[in-house]
Design a binder for this molecule. Structure first.
Ligand code: KIV
Length: 275
């Protein structure tokens, strides 16, 4: 069944867990969609896992549209959420609405996600008023990595924990239908989750959140540059891929691939005319 913002609302009301995974291309999104995941996030983490950047700062609107559209073509049932990249919404409310609109029209997103609390509430409100569903993102917000001074757990002090709680209330009031909590102590995520009417989706925020999200390359063991504590490897696909690539090199090298079964035929009559 097609997942929408109503699926998220009803899941929270019924206490049913929500599932979200990232995807950035058609084939992977199709597999994830067929697995029955509620939502596919076209995260700006594509900067790291697809484009090989150190962080998400360099990701552009064109990157998000290009990958978002590929995922949207594959997703039959999952709600496709596309990230708003760095500086596509921080600059003004006007920019935020225009760029969110582009993600809906050109990438065929079902919702957009942006990072930040109170400071981006005017943007959230305006995007929602334009009829576009918004996912908020609090805690470790990678677009602010330089301001944080690195990838660190957020909300650990009394002041930071209170701010996160205030921000969560503010983004809900501004109209976000869901909030991602990244790298937040589990007990704080629990307080936020219990205090909100909208669902929380955790990544490194414990299991009391209303749902979970992971970067698919992380959970499949396909990305080895950096593995955060919160990642569980559900399979070691990276190793399987490497074995297959090595076997391919070996078989091509020794001439055993392609075999006869991979060849196309032509009549001997045609061949005889070529000599
Ligand atoms: O970009 C991304 O993949 C994300 C998730 C880590 C939540 O924002």
């Amino acid at each position: 069944m097609k997942n929408t913002v109503l699926t998220f609302k009803q899941a929270k009301e019924k206490g049913e867990k929500l599932t979200m995974l990232t995807a950035y291309d058609y084939s992977t999104a199709k597999l994830i969609d067929e697995a029955g995941v509620n939502s596919i996030l076209v995260g700006d983490s594509l900067g790291n896992v697809i484009l090989g950047y150190e962080n998400t700062i360099s990701v552009t609107m064109e990157d998000m549209i290009h990958h978002g559209a590929a995922v949207a073509r594959a997703a039959k049932n999952a709600l496709v959420v596309v990230d708003m990249p760095f500086m596509s919404y921080q600059t003004s409310v006007y920019d935020a609405v225009v760029n969110a609109g582009r993600l809906m029209k050109e990438a065929k997103a079902g919702a957009v996600k942006l990072e930040g609390g109170k400071e981006v509430c005017p943007q959230i409100q305006a995007i929602v008023q334009a009829g576009i569903p918004v996912v908020a993102h609090l805690g470790l917000t990678p677009q602010s990595i330089h301001a944080f001074g690195g990838f660190k757990v957020q909300g650990k002090t009394e002041e930071a924990a209170k701010k996160l709680l205030d921000d969560a209330m503010a983004v809900q009031k501004a109209g976000a239908f869901c909030v991602v909590l990244e790298c937040v102590p589990a007990k704080l995520a629990e307080i936020v989750t219990k205090g909100l009417e909208i669902p929380t989706i955790g990544i490194g925020a414990g299991n009391v959140c209303d749902g979970q999200v992971l970067v698919y390359q992380d959970m499949l063991g396909m990305f080895s540059d950096f593995t955060p504590k919160f990642v569980k490897k559900f399979a070691n696909v990276g190793e399987i891929m490497k074995e297959a690539f090595t076997a391919y090199c070996k078989e091509v090298g020794e001439g055993s691939f392609p075999g006869e079964e991979h060849e196309y035929t032509i009549s001997d009559h045609v061949i005889s005319k070529l000599y």
